[in-house]
Design a protein around this ligand. Structure first.
Ligand code: ZN
Ligand code: ZN
Length: 347
């Protein structure tokens, strides 16, 4: 098959790779689409994957084309989103079904081969079938949409609340779309990048966009809400972004930290005081919940996409084949042109 294989940091080659063969509990998936995640940029250009050579790509969908010995052959032909995390099943977190906190997990696209390829293997447990009317491109957005939803659930969002999201990148924008879909009273979305705000404006006509270059976010949010927002989500992973979140939250409000840190996170003293004086509640958010027996983040995403309460299609700004994937990622790294979600599409 053709695949984009990472041989060393910065060395991603589109080449012929061995056809994957499913183990007994696995299925073979023909990849439909796979998104480039923000985390793929440092993974490919800075830190590398856990081993080389390895095929990255973890935000994907596809069609089951073959099954291992222990899997029901009826699954062949199933169109699905695939949960990329493979839990160990033995640790205390797995016993509580907190798979994102598994002590010894495997991960498609960082520890094992992922979906920047024509085919990929995944355990049957990780396969989440999708309704016929959902496209594989939409299904490839399930992972980032679940990550965004998870942050709001970590913040215990209630309908009619005032919600502010700092950072209008692909995930921040999805958080704002979810806040809207979950009937927040006011949705505010802040950024320092005018192109991101323009893009957000088209997708979320009812959200209030805050240009953080013009005015401090905290001031702006208080001028809209009075005391500050009930729930504020950091989707920047930057220390100034987090400080702004703390200033934008009302007394006794909640702050969710979602963005991956860009470096050491040092807070100015007045931002730290805000946590104390306003008795803020801080929550971290990591990955998403996945549990076939429950209405987990993944099933809620599929449900909302299927009944058109969450429309992720306009988030896709670029579609590329495997030969063009590396240069698309270079452009994303260099911010050479505006992008939201770049998808590898396996036509
Ligand atoms: Zn991701
Ligand atoms: Zn585990």
């Amino acid at each position: 098959m053709q695949a984009c294989v990472l041989h060393a940091v910065g060395d991603l080659r589109c080449e012929t790779a061995a056809d994957p063969k499913p183990h007994a509990d696995e299925v073979l998936v023909r990849v439909g689409a796979c998104g480039v995640c923000g985390s793929d940029i440092p993974r490919v250009f800075k830190t590398g994957t856990y081993k080389f050579p390895l095929i990255p790509g973890h935000e994907f969908s596809g069609t089951v084309v073959a099954v291992g010995d222990d899997v029901d052959a009826k699954l062949v032909g199933t169109r699905a989103a695939i949960f990329p995390l493979i839990p160990c099943g033995k640790c205390s977190m797995c016993a509580q079904k907190k798979y994102a906190q598994c002590a010894n997990y495997d991960y498609l696209g960082s520890r094992s081969n992922g979906a920047f390829a024509e085919y990929v293997c995944a355990p049957e447990w990780n396969v989440l079938p999708i309704p016929d009317h959902l496209s594989l491109e939409e299904a490839a957005m399930t992972e980032p949409a679940a990550v965004a939803l998870h942050a709001l659930r970590q913040g215990a969002i209630q309908g009619s609340e005032e919600v502010c999201i700092v950072g209008a990148g692909p995930i921040g924008l999805l958080v704002a779309m979810w806040a809207t879909a979950l009937n927040a009273g006011i949705v505010m979305l802040a950024d320092i990048d005018g192109r991101k705000l323009d893009f957000a404006n088209k997708l979320l006509p009812d959200a209030i966009l805050l240009d953080a270059r013009e005015r401090a976010i905290g001031e702006e949010v208080r001028s809209i809400t009075g005391a500050g927002a009930d729930l504020v989500v950091d989707a920047t992973g930057s220390a100034p972004g987090v400080a702004q979140c703390l200033h934008a939250t009302r007394p006794f409000g909640r702050v969710v930290l979602l963005g991956n840190p860009e470096g050491d996170m040092t807070l100015p003293k007045d931002a730290y005081w805000a946590i104390l004086r306003k008795e803020l509640r801080l929550a971290g958010s990591w990955n998403s919940s996945y549990d076939p027996a429950r209405r987990d983040d993944w099933r809620i995403v599929i449900e909302f996409m299927a009944n058109s309460k969450l429309n992720v299609k306009p988030l896709i700004t670029h579609r590329v084949g495997l030969p063009d994937l590396f240069s698309a990622m270079e452009k994303m790294r260099d911010r050479a042109e505006f992008s939201n979600k770049i998808l590898f599409v396996n036509d």
